[in-house]
Design a protein around this ligand. Structure first.
Ligand code: WT7
Length: 633
């Protein structure tokens, strides 16, 4: 096993070592895994191209490390607990031995369907155990999984399938979420009708069992493809730097891009961070409420916990069904020890009232975590007092899809906490703050743009099919640094507080949404001439989406028109990208070179027009008054 830090003194010492000798540090962390061939070199890198390679020449299969390696000691231990949407339905428990069998069996089925090493497999499934089986089965045979969150629309799904040229799509019939029953397979049908020529097979898992149309010759049932398949499957041994998966995420420009993570480094980093941040102890029941459709689910529902031999829980439903006490009920019933969720969920449950958590005894809880967005003081204290009863450390974990794993975070019970601060970098991580000119800001009690100046094992390797985009997005802004897109403060004690994105990315309920993406969708609505989207503070979601829309002709029924815009955004991206507010405007404030002045639009969206700055240099300063008036300011 990799190191498990036990004290603050040890943290400081190990951190120093990791900076003085990064390769030695990571070689030590990697040595506990099962490698089929040892690496020749720990690290080869430059941030110029960029080109980063970890454990060069090493060969392995990550599923041997998640499953086979544990069979002797943990074969009978529960690997996965599945809590269904409907609390009246019984939870499912799957042991390591059983999970191994299911993964191997489905891997054999994928092989029989012609899936080979390096092929891309799209997974568009709800939170069912088969989703975890699907992910691991791909990894078993060296196929690259591309999980698409099942809340995305057919257009989004289709774009992602085409970009990665997936050959197979794995899906389920329906997605049971709260009182809804979402026809997931139907979305796949619609997506595939928009091109996607690379796809030859769709494998459908029967979840709710409601009636469904299958396409002859293309669609096959999951239970049929596994029939007669063996429950053992020799793992395909891959190179440390072969891709493990692609996961699409939004940037400040254009369409979402496919972040590529590779095998060896991702394996080492997710296990190391899982055990250290949460201070995982053998036998713990661990629950991360994220969806596997996001990086949090990849790294901290599936890979990290299974690599560590933990019992990991998957929850199919939503926090408020059948009532806002659901999380606490599940924690009590399954005796959850480590609970990891998002600030937006905490705020929503807090808003539902204390009665849902009040009488709950949750003595099993030992560690609480948050991820995805800055947490506000009120939510932090509520989480600490009402949920953790002031005896569970809260780990505020900062990281990103591109970082693969947690980067800046307290180590539970070890790092002294300050509410709302991600605190200190993990050993092996070298963050820095830079100013607009790209100079590193030294010392404490300072603020700047957050960069990382040395590679770590699970750093993004490329954006699929477009390496140049990876370079310009993350490595071009500041020489020899990875730029995160976040602003941060380092306080007097050297603790980091993440302020939020400094680019045109908004964080809505912990989901990353590019303003450009939403604008492109809005602009597809008939009658829309131009639009500009900004984020604004939202009590529950953290940030809400505010859209300013210029229309061509006069709109006779503004409400119907706005509804139409919402429908188009839902169709193009998905319900998560729907603007919370739409304001119809006669124009947008622009500079003389035609650039939209988003700063002004953000201020108006925030409802604060006390200091709009100098607007006299605008091409059309008069429009600002109109927009203010339209916003009721
Ligand atoms: C962005 C990354 C990492 C998994 C989920 C989100 C924001 C993430 C925190 C935190 C403040 C945070 C950042 C980051 N973010 N964690 N603890 N405190 N902000 O992954 O979709 O790639 O989004 O989420 O702005 O850049 P993602």
């Amino acid at each position: 096993m990799s190191i498990q830090i036990q004290s603050l003194e040890q943290y400081r010492e190990v951190y120093q070592k990791s900076v003085a000798d990064p390769e030695g540090f990571w070689a030590e962390q990697a040595s506990s895994f099962q490698w089929r061939k040892p690496w020749r070199q720990v690290l080869k890198w430059n941030f110029r191209e960029p080109n980063v390679k970890w454990f060069v020449g090493g060969r392995l299969n990550i599923t041997e490390n998640c499953l086979d390696r544990h069979l002797e000691t943990r074969g009978k231990q529960t690997a996965l607990i599945w809590e269904p949407n409907d609390p009246k339905q019984k939870a499912r428990k799957i042991t390591y031995k059983q999970l191994y069998g299911q993964v191997c069996q489905f891997a054999n089925a994928l092989k029989a369907e012609g899936v080979k090493k390096g092929d891309r497999v799209c997974i568009y499934m709800p939170m069912v155990p088969e989703l975890t089986v699907a992910v691991l089965a791909c990894a078993r045979i060296g196929a690259i999984h591309s999980v698409v969150f099942a809340g995305f629309s057919a257009v989004s799904l289709s774009d992602r399938i085409k970009d990665a040229e997936c050959t197979v799509v794995l899906t389920s019939d329906f997605n049971a979420r709260g009182v809804k029953n979402i026809p997931v397979k139907q979305v796949v049908d619609e997506a595939l009708a928009m091109g996607c020529e690379s796809v030859t097979k769709v494998i459908v898992q029967k979840n709710t069992g409601d009636p469904l149309k299958m396409v002859e010759g293309r669609d096959i049932w999951w239970h049929d493809v596994i029939k007669g398949k063996r429950k053992t499957c020799k793992a395909t041994i891959v190179d440390s730097e072969d891709p493990l998966f692609i996961l699409y995420t939004s940037g400040s420009t254009g369409k979402p891009k496919g972040v590529v993570h590779t095998q060896g480094g991702y394996m080492v980093y997710t296990e190391y961070t899982f055990r250290n941040v949460f201070q995982y102890q053998d036998g713990d029941i661990y629950w991360c409420t994220a969806d596997v459709g996001w990086i949090t689910g990849h790294s901290y529902i599936i890979y990290g916990p299974l690599l560590a031999g933990a019992t990991t829980m998957m929850f199919e439903g939503v926090p408020t069904f059948p009532d806002p006490g659901r999380f606490w009920d599940v924690i009590q019933r399954h005796k959850v020890n480590i609970f990891y969720t998002a600030p937006t969920a905490i705020r929503a449950l807090m808003a539902a009232g204390d009665q849902w958590v009040k009488g709950r005894r949750m003595p099993s809880l030992r560690v609480l975590g948050t991820v995805g967005e800055p947490i506000n003081e009120e939510a932090w204290h509520w989480y600490n007092e009402r949920v953790g009863k002031k005896r569970c450390p809260i780990v505020d974990t900062w990281w990103q899809t591109e970082t693969g794993g947690i980067m800046i975070s307290p180590l539970a019970g070890i790092t002294p906490l300050k509410p709302c601060l991600a605190t200190l970098p993990l050993p092996g991580i070298q963050p820095c703050l830079v100013d607009a000119a790209g100079n590193e800001i030294e010392g404490n009690d300072v603020e700047g743009m957050l960069c990382i100046k040395y590679p770590w094992p699970s750093i993004i390797r490329t954006t699929y099919g477009d390496h140049e985009r990876c370079r310009t997005n993350y490595f071009a802004a500041f020489k020899d640094k990875y730029f995160t897109g976040d602003g941060a403060r380092r306080d007097a004690d050297g603790y980091y507080r993440i302020i939020g994105r400094v680019d045109d990315v908004i964080n809505v309920s912990g989901h990353r949404i590019g303003t450009a993406e939403v604008e492109d969708a809005i602009n597809k609505t008939p009658g829309v001439v131009e639009s500009a989207v900004v984020g604004y503070p939202h009590d529950i979601k953290g940030q809400g989406i505010y859209a300013y829309v210029i229309t061509g002709d006069a709109i006779s029924d503004p409400d119907a028109f706005k509804k139409q815009i919402l429908d188009v955004v839902t169709k193009e991206i998905g319900p998560i990208a729907k603007p919370d507010k739409i304001q119809l405007v006669p124009g947008l404030p622009k500079t003389r070179s035609g650039k939209i002045m988003r700063r002004i639009l953000r201020k108006i969206a925030e409802g604060d027009v006390s200091n709009l700055g100098d607007i006299s240099t605008l091409l059309n300063p008069e429009v600002v008054e109109d927009i203010k008036e339209g916003a009721g300011l």
